[in-house]
Design a protein around this ligand. Structure first.
Ligand code: ADP
Ligand code: MG
Length: 256
């Protein structure tokens, strides 16, 4: 096992669904404050890889740590043992995730959606959590929508609430799984603006995206995944402008 050096350390991760090998010996180190854009064709394993980071997916072999800690396991007598669900939930709070389809609680207002986790986990009093939630909603440009329910908000607004909610537990890393793919084109920009602001603020981000222009602009490193393997990674100009691998070139030709 490699020494743990990165904030997120993915080491030789493989995973299959039945006979289908979805991840093949994937290793990736993400440094604190780094912004990673994870790109690749549909079905290449991007979501699965992202979900292994917070243990929404288990791995068959290999390991994932966040800030030196296994999320779903603990090391005892040199072996990994699965943790009880309760401990997994606790550890998972260090990792924020924003999904394609927002996944807000429909019966809660924007403010209540953001307040919910810190209060449920007893990280803050209700009053503290409300103050913080108001600040987070203001940060994503929704100060005037605190009392709106998700159905009263546009997709772009809902996704911004989801980002505020993910930030409410002050995560060490924030994962985005195609955060703008479900949005009407005219709403994409307002969500990318929020992610751009986060990228400048030193938050560690791993973003699965098909927005290649955006990846070029915000990412410190672009990682190209194909058929469960990292084929190529490097700075945006290396991977997006001078891809070494023919399959990266093929992919970029199709999406650009
Ligand atoms: P991407 O996000 O890059 O489109 P995914 O990680 O969603 O790719 O999927 C990778 C492969 O794993 C695909 O072939 C997909 O059909 C398969 N897959 C994903 N989730 C499951 C699952 N729960 N059961 C079976 N196969 C799955
Ligand atoms: Mg996906």
């Amino acid at each position: 096992m490699r020494a743990t050096v990165g904030l997120v350390e993915i080491t030789d991760v493989s995973k299959s669904y039945g006979a289908v090998r979805v991840l093949r010996d994937v290793s990736l180190t993400v440094q604190p404050g780094e912004v990673i854009a994870l790109i690749g064709p549909s079905g290449s394993g991007k979501s699965t890889l992202l979900r292994t980071i917070n243990h929404l997916e288990t791995v068959d072999t290999g390991s994932v740590t966040v800030d030196g800690q296994y999320i779903g396991y603990e090391l005892r007598s040199g072996r990994l043992h699965e943790l009880p669900e309760k401990n997994v939930l606790e550890r998972r709070t260090q990792i924020g995730i924003v999904f394609q389809n927002f996944n807000l609680f429909p019966h809660l207002t924007a403010l209540e959606n953001v307040v919910e986790a810190p209060v449920a986990l007893k990280r803050a009093t209700k009053a503290e959590a409300r103050e913080q939630a108001k600040a987070l909603l203001a940060r994503v440009g929704l100060a005037d929508k605190e009392h709106h329910y998700p159905r009263q908000l546009s997709g772009g607004q809902q996704q911004r609430v989801a980002i505020a909610r993910a930030l409410a537990l002050n995560p060490k890393v924030l994962l985005f799984d195609e955060p703008t793919s479900a949005l009407d084109p005219e709403l994409v920009g307002e969500v990318l603006d929020v992610i751009r602001e986060l990228s400048k603020s030193g938050t560690t981000l791993i973003i699965v995206t098909h927005e290649i222009g955006f990846a070029r602009e915000v990412a410190d490193r672009v990682v190209f995944l194909e058929q469960g393997e990292i084929l190529e990674e490097g700075t945006p100009s290396q991977v997006l402008s001078k891809p070494r691998h023919p399959r990266t070139r093929d992919f970029l030709r199709k999406v650009l």
